[in-house]
Design a protein around this ligand. Structure first.
Ligand SMILES: Cc1cc2nc3c(=O)[nH]c(=O)nc-3n(C[C@H](O)[C@H](O)[C@H](O)COP(=O)(O)OP(=O)(O)OC[C@H]3O[C@@H](n4cnc5c(N)ncnc54)[C@H](O)[C@@H]3O)c2cc1C
Length: 489
């Protein structure tokens, strides 16, 4: 191992695992950190032993991809420090990484940093969206995949994109009565033409298989439709839904119908989790329909030397591309640490670059047809909560605008929007879009809610126990990091 300071990889989803595998194979010293109990991220999260599928033939294509990645990580696990149940609280451009785990915390000085922190689900506020019984599709899938919990009896799924159909099928499999899938967009991504055109991608095959299963399960899919309102006193009882204008997704109020449902699963796409790249002062750009994305070169290096960003945390591209991006960054970081030569790095990364290129058009088209359109924001009334952490209503935001607030930061200061536990993750995508529409401004003018360290909750006791780790060879202090969590192989 040439590098005296480690390559620190933050996030052990497909992107972070890919990065760690390649960096370790290249002989670099590296640390892989994740706040979860197991590596795997959102899509390949490893279940505890009681919940693992034993029979190989029962595994889905997605599970097979996950299993292979876990096996690859396992093969090099003696060369990587894997720190689970450990949160990264902040990253700085001088390549310091602050972590916490239970009642300990510390700072690691890294030679290179690979940020692979994934995405979060995009909430859209409308009447009733905060009622118990309303979940995100990712949350529903995590519930089912990790705990086999049935989250309701009768469900309606709404939002946009292929995750809706796989969620509908998963719910059907565990005995939930799925009334329908309401896709806000047009049918283009679900047409055989779209799938055949981009059919060389594994992901397109997954979509085709999910659509076939949906048909076999007799679950109808209504395009250009969405949920307008969720009704109920203490929890979701019924759902009012209707049609949308295909051009701008404005609700067509005279088309509504109401059905009884105790579970509403919402999935309006993902937003990159750029908190750490923002703290490290990496350059970002606004990508319409996705949000703020990290500017990178072809090797996934950000504008800050020695800091990489990969996977959905940099730009939404899905698990398959996330893994390839991670592998490329792992190889380049190893080269930057002089573990391998440039010519070797080129050779090792060739196939990953070609996979990314073969997917690029597909992802671009999918993003275009499943991007949330601003007409949807008309569903919120002045009483609707737009920031659930701080209980800020749309009327509070309107009042702030009347008082002169012209960007998200000033709305935050006047209303407390984004000051709560989620630090703006839930409200800033929709309210950023709202301000753009209302004030006729660009996303750059409206800006963002600035992240502040610690980006994850931490106790004062943990901060008081802070240690500084400078040299990856000389001490065993990383062993002390993972005080409470365990990594069950
Ligand atoms: C809730 C949810 C459910 C999803 N379900 C599916 C699905 O069923 N099927 C599908 O195809 N796609 C799903 N997706 C999308 C899919 O997860 C991504 O496309 C893919 O996992 C991206 O890989 P990644 O490595 O970039 O990020 P992720 O897989 O999200 O991995 C990021 C990792 O970073 C860790 N992390 C983040 N911040 C910190 C921090 N500060 N400190 C320490 N660790 C941190 C997280 O714990 C996570 O393990 C889901 C996404 C979400 C958000």
């Amino acid at each position: 191992m040439k590098n005296r300071k480690p390559i620190v990889i933050i996030g052990a989803g497909p992107a972070g695992m890919g990065a760690a595998i390649e960096a370790a194979r290249a002989g670099a010293s590296c640390i892989l950190i994740d706040e979860g109990r197991f590596p795997g991220g959102q899509v390949y999260r490893k279940n505890s032993k009681e919940f693992q599928v034993k029979e190989k033939e029962m595994l889905t294509a997605e599970q097979k991809r996950g299993k292979k990645l876990h096996e690859e990580l396992e093969e090099v696990s003696d060369k990587i420090k894997i720190l689970t149940s450990t949160s990264v609280l902040g990253v700085w451009k001088n390549r310091e990484v602050m972590w916490s785990s239970n009642d300990a915390s510390g700072v690691i000085e890294a030679e290179q940093i690979i940020i692979a922190t994934g995405a979060y689900e995009r909430p859209v506020p409308f009447p009733g969206w905060t009622l118990p019984g309303v979940m995100t599709v990712g949350g529903v899938k995590s519930f089912i995949k990790t705990m086999f919990i049935k989250p309701g009896e009768t469900a309606l799924i709404a939002g946009t994109g292929p995750l809706l159909i796989s969620t509908a099928n998963k719910l059907h499999d565990i005995g939930v009565n799925v009334l329908a899938v309401l896709e806000a967009g047009s049918p283009s991504w679900a047409s055989p033409d779209f799938i055949n055109q981009w059919g060389d991608a594994d992901f397109a095959h997954d979509i085709a298989a999910d659509l076939l299963e949906l048909k076999q399960n007799n679950i109808p899919i209504l395009f250009n439709h969405t949920v307008f309102k969720i009704n109920g006193k203490d929890e979701a009882e019924s759902v009012t839904y209707g049609a949308l204008n295909p051009e701008n997704w404005k609700p067509l109020e005279d088309t509504t119908k109401t059905v009884n449902a105790d579970l509403v699963a919402l999935g309006f796409g993902f937003v990159p989790n750029t908190e750490l790249t923002e703290l490290a002062e990496c350059k970002h750009e606004f990508y319409p329909g996705i949000g703020w994305t990290v500017i990178r070169d072809e090797w996934m290096q950000t504008s800050q030397q020695g800091i990489f960003a990969v996977g959905d945390g940099a730009r939404i591209s899905g698990a398959i591309i996330a893994e390839e991006e991670g592998r490329i960054a792992g190889i380049k970081a190893a080269q930057n640490c002089e573990a391998i030569q440039a010519v070797d790095a080129e050779k090792r990364s060739e196939k990953y670059f070609s996979r990314i290129h073969s997917f690029e058009k597909f992802r671009k088209h999918l993003n275009e047809v499943t991007s949330v359109k601003s007409g949807l924001l008309e569903l919120a009334t002045h009483k609707t909560l737009v920031c659930r952490c701080e209980e800020v209503r749309l009327s509070d935001v309107d009042k702030a605008i009347t008082e002169g607030a012209g960007d998200l930061q000033s709305v935050k200061l006047l209303t407390r929007l984004g000051m709560g536990a989620c630090q703006g993750k839930n409200c800033s995508p929709s309210m950023g879009m709202y301000l753009c529409e209302k004030l006729n401004k660009t996303a750059y003018q409206v800006g963002r809610i600035n992240p502040r360290p610690p980006v994850k909750p931490v106790t004062l006791g943990a901060l008081a126990n802070m240690t500084i780790t400078k040299d990856s060879h000389q001490n065993d202090s990383y062993d002390a990091i993972n005080t409470g969590g365990y990594y069950e192989k």
